[in-house]
Design a protein around this ligand. Structure first.
Ligand code: PLP
Length: 444
């Protein structure tokens, strides 16, 4: 397993993160357990800050909350002077409870409710990213009723779809998000938005995919978007000042993944912007980017305890851990790949190939297919790396498993930032109607 951030193997042969021995963390907090490496998160935030905000001068970096959203995370982001994007009333509520400045919040989503939009207007969020015609008129009506003018970006689908090493220029038209650029829908959307009295159209937004390694796809995105902004200017005389390029910058999960440096990503955007603006004689807009995975992904590690081991000779050896798709659905959903090591025997050499499965009642409940590990024993601790993004935030209570706690480690300190759920938490919202209580008693 490649080590990330402050991860190291200490003299006892244990994995250490943020100066904390993971074997001791397990004694204190149990498993499964999410560990977040605070220094690593801050380091990446600072790389984004220096490459984009200082490097591009007129730029903003907003963290995509969907990757990992908690009170503590929002405090770190505020201290690191980044903005955030949110896609629900729940994420907005969490950010506001963390005292995150509303002016640095962007509100996304393809089906925002009236309540969520009112909440956002009332809170004074910086930008609402309008996704469709239904939302646009509802937002204008709400803003009018609340006697406010709302700053908006319009989300478009630019016809590029990028994933890992490839991008498809004609992709993404078939998307539930945004106004299609290539069939005139985006033009209609801008015309309508500009006619609304309580919307102030500041700019445009696109998001072209996830886990992108190919920087050329961002260059292409900048070009298409600047061309379109120039087009709007020529057609309507209206100048858009803000260009939000979305998220999607790729990270290392497992061997073969080769992400570029954040500074190279910034340079690509910078160069593409200069070229495109010069070609179109268009004034350079403010650039906004929305990284999620690349800020928290490699900062997260999940610790599990190994339980049952099943060997099918000549076929496969299944090593089961005390979590699985309920705390990390990404392997089951996207065939995601992960690396792992035995946190209590991290110096030992690999001896066998095993597959790591979870404890859910589902054959697809796999965490890692075919990984080299030392001879694994029940009771060993397994650390899976790069689980900081889209793990806790996508976790569920499937099979009524309780969600693991989240511990933030830094300089030898470990703070619980999300408590481990208890069985009582599972019943928090269950209600037994009186008639069922009666039936329950009568049947005894
Ligand atoms: N912005 C938007 C609109 C998104 O849909 C996403 C992810 O799906 C992101 C930003 C964050 O992407 P990533 O975590 O890959 O950086």
């Amino acid at each position: 397993m490649r080590l990330h951030g402050t991860q190291l193997v200490n003299e006892q042969g244990h994995l250490e993160i943020g100066g904390c021995d993971t074997v001791e963390l397990v004694q204190q907090f149990g498993t499964p357990l999410y560990i977040m490496d605070e220094a690593h998160i801050r380091d990446i935030c600072r790389q984004y800050h220096s490459s984009f905000i200082e490097g591009l001068t007129n730029a903003e970096v907003i963290y995509a909350s969907k990757a990992f959203s908690t009170l503590a995370m929002y405090r770190i982001l505020d201290e690191e002077d980044l903005g955030i994007d949110i896609v629900s009333g729940g994420e907005l509520y969490t950010a506001l409870q963390a005292n995150f400045p509303a002016a640095r919040i962007y509100f996304h989503g393809n089906n925002k409710s009236r309540e969520e939009l009112s909440m956002a207007i009332k809170a004074g969020v910086g930008r609402i990213v309008v996704d469709n015609f239904y939302e646009m008129s509802m937002l204008n009506d709400l803003a009018q009723a609340m006697n406010q003018r709302v700053d908006v970006l319009l989300r478009v689908t630019p016809g590029i779809e990028a994933h890992t090493h490839e991008y498809i220029q004609t992709g993404q038209i078939d998307s539930k998000f945004g106004f299609t650029l290539t069939d005139g829908t985006a033009d209609q959307a801008f015309d309508l938005a500009l006619s609304f009295s309580h919307l102030v159209v500041k700019g445009i937004h696109a998001h072209i995919g996830s886990q992108i390694f190919e920087l050329d796809s961002f260059r292409h995105e900048v070009q298409i978007m600047i061309d379109y902004m120039a087009d709007i200017h020529e057609r309507t005389g209206y100048l858009l000042h803000e260009l939000n390029l979305g998220g999607g910058f790729g990270i290392y999960y497992a061997s073969g993944d080769e992400p570029a440096r954040i500074s190279d990503y910034a340079k690509t955007v910078q160069d593409a912007l200069e070229d495109a603006c010069q070609n179109q004689k268009f004034p350079r807009p403010k650039i906004i980017i929305e990284p999620g995975r690349s800020i928290v992904g490699t900062a997260g590690t999940t610790l599990y305890t190994v339980g049952s081991i099943k060997e099918i000779p000549g076929v496969r050896k299944y090593v089961a851990v005390d979590g699985g798709m309920a705390d990390n659905p990404r392997t089951a959903l996207y065939q995601a790949r992960y690396e792992a090591l035995l946190a209590n025997r991290a110096k030992e050499d690999a001896e066998e190939v095993v597959s790591i499965t979870g404890k859910c009642c589902e054959s697809g409940d796999m965490l890692i297919w075919d990984i080299d590990l030392p001879k694994v024993k029940s009771g060993d601790l397994l650390a899976v790396s790069c689980t900081g993004a889209y793990n806790y935030s996508m976790s569920s209570n499937y099979n009524r498993l309780t969600r693991p706690g989240v511990v933030l480690v830094e300089g030898g300190h470990a703070d619980v930032i999300v408590k481990r759920e208890t069985h009582a938490d599972l019943l928090r919202n269950d209600i037994l109607p009186a008639r069922l209580k009666y039936l329950q008693m009568a049947s005894r």
